[in-house]
Design a binder for this molecule. Structure first.
Ligand code: SF4
Length: 500
């Protein structure tokens, strides 16, 4: 148990990768002996305590440095039920202290050269550069105190290669990057559908499903190893979709992806015609079958991915500052979670994603449309509804067992009456039909929010891909992709990707 973060438990500190001088080691030991007992410091070398209400975020098993994941609850971390969600504490305390807007600043990933080393040395050097006399007078006045402290701490948390802020950065291009963006800009009620990537190397079923839906929806989305379980990559499925006349949404999860692989993959994927990219943090490896992958820390989180990708596109720069002669072009999206943790916390996190670069959201599953409206109201208070397109996530429930499982998934709110309906239908051997009817009713209600925060539907049939045509037809939301040929032509020029 640590002094300022009740409920926190000890986790070992990182050690430096390189050999230290005697002075560096001495400073590290002193810093750790103070911050360890007080904050449970793990010596990440890139201290954020001043931004996170004095709760160290390095307990998070995903290593998130920009807020909670979609599975967070007030009770427990969804990766490790034995500990509380550290980000829930950070948000809770920041709201209580009236410092929640500090959380909007996009914070960088770890600089691994500094991990295991002290942060105090850099703070002392910054103070020296500013001048101790100037700092002393700045601290005396209430007007300049916060600014003076920030002047000392900012270079530690915001190195020049990152330079994050809490501002909104509108995209630096005008013409829609994809048909999905084109239809959203035109004000259409858009439909996208998630197709399940195959578990094998055969694309036969995948192609069949792409052909089944390509004339009914605007874009098809491929998950990136959902539940941390390996299957055909989103990138490969997206390429197959392009070859078969459908516009893909490439999903990229931070799990198992380094900053290097993210940048390299986006350049490759856009060169081959991908124009919609969805950044998610991704399920923890804890969800995967054994033997499990690394579960301690991701290199990036979804907000950092958005920040990196937006700058590659709009500023034509890699994270290391190298110029990109032909920057990648894409419409950038993120996941949104209307029902996880606290709606105020979630709205703040959504705003942070929009500021970092998210142009569209795909939400988690929606069964509770009234709850969705509460979330939209919070987004409106944060003034972001005119800055992002929102596709509401809808799933047809295939069985009572699936409904019971969904009721336990963090971030999903399955109202009791939906569960009761599925139980009754299951007894009458009619569960599938009832699941479809529930989905149609939810879509019908969501449609009433068109252009009042919601801009379309994202269908997630979770392996029941063949139900998509029936749902979009009966819901009256078939969206033939009139923009597609024009965009495919641009993509296919000289790249070996067949035009449609
Ligand atoms: S953010 Fe890093 S340096 Fe700061 S207390 Fe946590 S582990 Fe220690």
């Amino acid at each position: 148990m640590t002094g300022f973060t009740p409920g926190r438990r000890w986790q070992p500190a990182y050690l430096p990768f390189q050999k230290e001088t005697f002075g560096e080691r001495a400073l590290r030991v002193i810093e750790y002996s103070v911050k360890g007992p007080l904050f449970g410091c793990r010596m990440c070398g890139n201290c954020l305590l001043a931004e996170t209400a004095l709760v160290c975020p390095m307990e998070c098993p995903k290593g998130l440095r920009n807020g909670p994941c979609g599975g967070s609850t007030s009770e427990a971390c969804y990766v490790d039920q034995s500990r509380p969600c550290v980000w829930y504490h950070i948000y809770d305390r920041s709201f209580k202290w009236g410092r929640e807007d500090v959380l909007l600043e996009a914070l960088p990933p770890l600089d691994w050269e500094k991990v295991g080393k002290d942060s105090w040395g850099a703070i002392i050097r910054n103070a020296h550069n500013i001048g101790f006399k100037k700092i002393f007078t700045g601290l005396l006045s209430a007007k300049t105190r916060a600014q003076t402290i920030d002047g000392i701490l900012r270079p530690v948390r915001q190195p020049e290669w990152w330079n994050g802020d809490a501002e909104y950065h509108p995209p630096a291009y005008v013409e829609p990057a994809s048909s999905l963006q084109g239809r959203l800009v035109a004000g259409d009620f858009v439909v996208t559908a998630e197709l399940t990537p195959p578990l094998s190397a055969s694309t036969e079923k995948l192609i069949r499903n792409i052909e089944l839906v390509r004339n009914l929806v605007t874009a098809v989305n491929f998950t990136d190893n959902q539940s941390a379980t390996p299957r055909m990559s989103s990138w490969a499925c997206s390429t197959v979709a392009i070859q078969h006349g459908a516009e893909p949404v490439l999903q990229m999860s931070a799990r198992n992806r380094s900053r290097g692989s993210l940048q390299s993959e986006i350049v490759g994927a856009t060169a081959l015609g991908v124009r919609n990219v969805l950044c998610v943090t991704g399920d923890s490896a804890k969800m995967s079958p054994s033997p499990r992958d690394q579960m301690d820390i991701n290199d990036l989180d979804s907000i950092q991915m958005l920040w990196v990708l937006r700058r590659m596109r709009d500023e034509g720069k890699y994270l290391d500052g190298r110029e990109i002669k032909h920057p990648p072009m894409f419409f950038l999206g993120a996941a949104a979670s209307p029902f996880s943790s606290n709606v105020k916390f979630q709205a703040l996190r959504e705003q942070k994603k929009v500021n970092a670069g998210a142009q569209f959201f795909q939400t988690n599953l929606i069964f509770d449309v009234d709850g969705m409206e509460l979330w939209l109201n919070e987004l409106a208070k944060r003034n972001i509804l005119d800055k992002v397109y929102i596709l509401a996530g809808v799933t047809p429930i295939k069985s009572l067992k699936m409904a019971q499982k969904l009721a336990e998934v963090p971030g999903v709110h399955l109202p009791m009456n939906v569960l009761r309906r599925m139980e009754t239908a299951d007894r009458a051997d009619n569960a599938q039909e009832e699941g479809i009817q529930i989905a149609l009713e939810v879509i019908s209600r969501i449609k009433t929010y068109h252009n009042q925060g919601i801009h379309g539907i994202h269908l997630m049939p979770v392996g029941w891909d063949e139900v998509i045509p029936r749902i979009v037809t009966e819901a009256g939301i078939v969206r033939r992709n009139k923009f597609l040929p024009q965009f495919m032509e641009v993509r296919s020029s000289g790249l070996g990707v067949p035009a449609v």
